[in-house]
Structures are given as C-alpha cells and as structure tokens.
Design a protein around this ligand. Sequence first.
Ligand SMILES: [Zn+2]
Length: 45
Amino acid sequence: MTKPEIKCFVCGSDDTAKTYLPCYHEGKEKIVCTRCLPALIHGSH
Ligand SMILES: [Zn+2]
C-alpha cells in the first residue's frame, strides 16, 4: 500500500501539519494547501 501523495502543487509543500484541499487545475486533480488557496482564488496575475 502506498500513501497517496499529498503535496501542494503551488508551493510544493508536503508538510503534514498543513491542511490540504483537492482541486482541479488545467483539467487535472491537484492538491493545494490552504495557504496557497487564497492566491488561487484571487489569481496571481
Ligand atoms: Zn501551497
């Protein structure tokens, strides 16, 4: 049994102390940490 990889696709963090949420980016399911989520919502450009 391999653990599913939980790693933020924005900052690359895999710190288990953080909270991660699944999301879809460019048609693929990704994991994002709550710290990066606001940036995703508001856009980085
Ligand atoms: Zn992150």
